[in-house]
Design a binder for this molecule. Structure first.
Ligand code: PHE
Ligand code: FE
Length: 289
C-alpha cells in the first residue's frame, strides 16, 4: 500500500497531485538503466510471469528501448481497458490515490533508480510502476479489479479499514501468484520487477504458498523490506474479480477488527496450501538463488 508523506500537493504539482512526466528530460544514462533492468527481467519472466502480464508487455510494446513515454503508453492502454498512466511526485494521500484508481488513472513515479542501486528501492520508481504494474492493466479483468479496488479503497477509508484492504493490495497487486494450467505464475508487480524475488517467489522451497481467502489475507501482516515468507495464490483473475466485487467488505472488516492479525510465515486452520514452505530463508539459512 502506498501511504502518504505530504498532505498538500508540492510546488509544481496540480491540485490532483499530478506532475508532467518530463520524458524529454531523461538522460541517456537513465534510459540505459531502464534497458538494463528490462533485459534482466525479460530473460527471467517467460515461464514465470502470468500469461496476462506477458501479453501486456507485448501489446503495449514495452519492449522498445528506453523509459516509456506515459502519454504514448496511455493512448495504447486506454484503447484496451480505459486506463491511463499519470505521473505523481512520489507518494500521494490515500484519498487521492484511490480517486485516481477508481477513475482508471494509474499513478506512477517518473524517476528511475540510480545505476549503482539496481536492486535497491526505497520508493517505487518508474521501472517498478510501469514495467511491474502496467502490463497487468492491459488485461480487461485485472483492469476492472483495480478500478473496483479504488472504489473499495474510498469505502474502506470511511470504515477505518484501510489496514485490511491494504493487505489485499499487497498480496495480490504487489505479490500475487496465479495458478495457471501450466503451473504457478507471478502477477504481482513487486515480484515481476525484482530479479531475485521473481525466482524466489516461484522456485524457492522456503515460503508458504496459500490459496487466497479474503478474510485470511486481510488478517495477514507483511514485510516491506525482505522477500515475502507467504504468498497467496488466486485460481484466476475472473475468480479474484468475482470474489472481491460480490463480497460486501463492511461486515468482513467488522469481523476482522475482533480477530488477531496473523504474523507472516504462520499456517492457520483452514489454510489450503499450494506448497508448504520450509521457512529456511526466514531462519537465516539463505535461499537457493
Ligand atoms: N466489494 C468491496 C467492498 O464492498 C470493494 C472491493 C472490490 C474491494 C474489489 C477490493 C476489490 O468494499
Ligand atoms: Fe507497486
Amino acid at each position: 500500500m502506498e501511504t502518504h508523506v505530504l498532505d498538500r500537493p508540492p510546488e509544481g504539482a496540480a491540485a490532483d497531485w499530478t506532475i508532467p512526466q518530463g520524458w524529454e528530460r531523461y538522460t541517456a544514462e537513465e534510459h540505459a538503466t531502464w534497458d538494463t533492468l528490462f533485459a534482466r527481467q525479460a530473460k527471467l519472466l517467460p515461464g514465470r510471469a502470468s500469461n496476462a502480464w506477458l501479453k501486456g508487455l507485448d501489446v503495449l510494446r514495452l519492449d522498445r528501448p528506453g523509459i516509456p513515454n506515459f502519454e504514448e503508453l496511455s493512448d495504447r492502454l486506454e484503447a484496451l481497458t480505459g486506463w491511463r498512466v499519470i505521473a505523481v511526485p512520489g507518494l500521494v494521500p490515500d484519498d487521492v490515490f484511490f480517486d485516481h484508481m477508481a477513475n482508471r488513472r494509474f499513478v506512477a513515479g517518473n524517476f528511475i533508480r540510480r545505476p549503482d542501486q539496481l536492486d535497491y528501492l526505497q520508493e517505487p520508481d518508474v521501472f517498478h510502476d510501469v514495467f511491474g504494474h502496467v502490463p497487468m492493466l492491459s488485461d480487461p479483468v485485472f483492469a476492472d479489479y483495480l478500478a473496483a479496488y479504488g472504489r473499495g479503497g474510498q469505502r474502506a477509508l470511511g470504515l477505518d479499514a484501510l489496514k485490511y484492504l491494504g493487505r489485499l493490495y499487497w498480496y495480490t497487486v504487489e505479490f500475487g501468484l496465479v495458478a495457471e494450467p501450466e503451473g504457478l505464475r507471478i502477477f504481482g508487480a513487486g515480484i515481476v520487477s525484482s530479479a531475485s524475488e521473481s525466482r524466489f517467489a516461484l522456485d524457492d522451497p522456503s515460503p508458504d504458498r496459500i490459496t487466497l481467502d479474503l478474510a485470511r489475507v486481510m488478517r495477514t501482516e507483511y514485510r516491506i523490506d525482505d522477500f515475502q515468507q507467504n504468498y497467496f495464490v488466486i485460481p484466476s483473475f475472473d475468480e479474484l474479480l468475482r470474489l472481491t466485487v460480490e463480497t460486501d467488505f463492511a461486515p468482513l472488516y467488522e469481523a476482522l477488527k475482533q480477530q488477531p492479525d496473523i504474523p507472516v510465515a504462520t499456517i492457520v486452520e483452514g489454510d489450503e496450501l499450494v506448497t508448504r514452505g520450509t521457512q529456511d530463508y526466514a531462519r537465516g539459512k539463505g535461499w537457493q538463488g
